[in-house]
Design a protein around this ligand. Structure first.
Ligand code: A3P
Length: 332
């Protein structure tokens, strides 16, 4: 099977995009939302699949045959137009389940207007900037429908410049945050809160959506969406999607990253990081050690950022985020 070519980034209404997300634009903009639709909106790599799977299990977990379909079919990606797969809009138009669960990475200003007209419920998930950047980097390495990521240092600079698919992380998270202040149908969640207490955040979701699962049902869903369970679940881990190369990096990264070390062995990694200790310990023994990854989900950036990158990022972050009340719950 021929794989799609890597796309180029271009400016699209002030947002960096590729043709895999703009190629169907008229149909995306004219998309007819239904009043009971639930939109899961995120900047890429914020935990979209996690929340999608939670909602899928809460709504349709009892329906046995339904569970045998991969999550990207059950929660279609609105603006997606990639070779080998039907366009997101087309899949959604044919979907008869109620509610429809819809995924989108569009910045708030580009969302089709029918979502606002129909007053749809929207769940937005945000993840801290540094972990988002790291996760996005590995995603672009393994996903052929994303632009070539290049080396980590340049990628990080592009992230800070907003030259990513779906544009600037800073504009995305703050744009949706500002919208939430005036629009009551947006539930704004944080990935870090979900890691800290998945059950509590599921309760918030349920109360927002008017769901009241039994204690047993809730526990069953909570178990099903735990990182390790989702990682080995082929219906939730994207392993059935041919455009992703798990030999380069898995969709859900945890444990050792194969064949990859973004930072040459040096003592310049963020001092509190496991990598720093790792470097100190092993510096005499090897010059080509792969990075030891075990921390997983929050704070993985410490395994990637050098001290200099971190300082530059923090300084830039303060400037870009100075006019918003949005605060992330972990040190970024
Ligand atoms: P990492 O790349 O840091 O591993 P998205 O679905 O928006 O593309 O986000 C993907 C990120 O969410 C990946 O981050 C993935 O591991 C993480 N993720 C997915 N399911 C998760 C879960 N059940 N618990 C914690 N993190 C999860």
């Amino acid at each position: 099977m021929e794989l799609p070519p890597r796309p180029k980034l271009f400016d699209f209404h002030g947002v960096s995009m590729t043709n895999y997300f703009t190629g169907n634009w008229d149909n995306v903009q004219n998309f007819q939302a239904r009043p009971d639709d639930i939109l899961i909106a995120t900047y890429p790599k914020a935990g979209t699949t996690w929340v999608s799977y939670i909602l899928d299990l809460l709504y349709f977990g009892q329906t046995a045959p339904e569970r045998q379909r991969p999550i990207f079919e059950k929660v279609p990606f609105l603006e997606l137009l990639i070779p080998l797969y039907p366009p997101g809009v087309e899949v959604l138009d044919k979907l008869t389940t109620s509610p429809r669960l819809i995924k989108s990475h569009l910045p708030v200003q580009l969302l089709p207007k029918s979502f606002w007209e129909q007053n749809c419920r929207i769940v937005y998930v945000a993840r801290n900037a540094k972990d988002s950047a790291v996760s996005y980097f590995h995603f672009d390495r393994m996903n052929r429908t994303q632009p070539e990521p290049g080396v980590w240092n340049n990628f990080l600079q592009r992230f800070m410049d907003g030259k990513m698919v779906f544009g600037s992380w800073y504009d995305h998270v703050t744009g949706w945050w500002e919208k939430k202040q005036t629009h009551s149908k947006i539930l704004y969640l944080f990935y870090e809160d979900m890691v800290e207490d998945t059950g509590r955040e599921m309760d918030r979701l349920c109360s927002y959506l008017g769901l009241s699962p039994s204690a047993d049902e809730k526990e069953r869903v909570r178990g099903g969406v735990q990182f390790d369970n989702m990682k080995k679940n082929s219906m939730a881990n994207y392993s059935t999607l041919s455009i992703m190369d798990f030999k380069i990096s898995p969709f859900m990264r945890k444990g050792r990253l194969p064949h990859f070390s973004p930072i040459p062995l040096s003592l310049s990694v963020v001092p509190s990081s496991p990598l720093y200790v790792h470097h100190l310990f092993f510096a005499h023994y090897s010059l080509s050690l792969p990075i030891s990854h075990s921390s997983g989900k929050v704070g993985d950036w410490k395994n990637h950022f050098t001290v200099a990158q971190n300082e530059q990022f923090d300084e830039d972050y303060k400037k870009k985020m100075k006019n918003t009340t949005l605060q992330f719950h972990t040190v970024v």
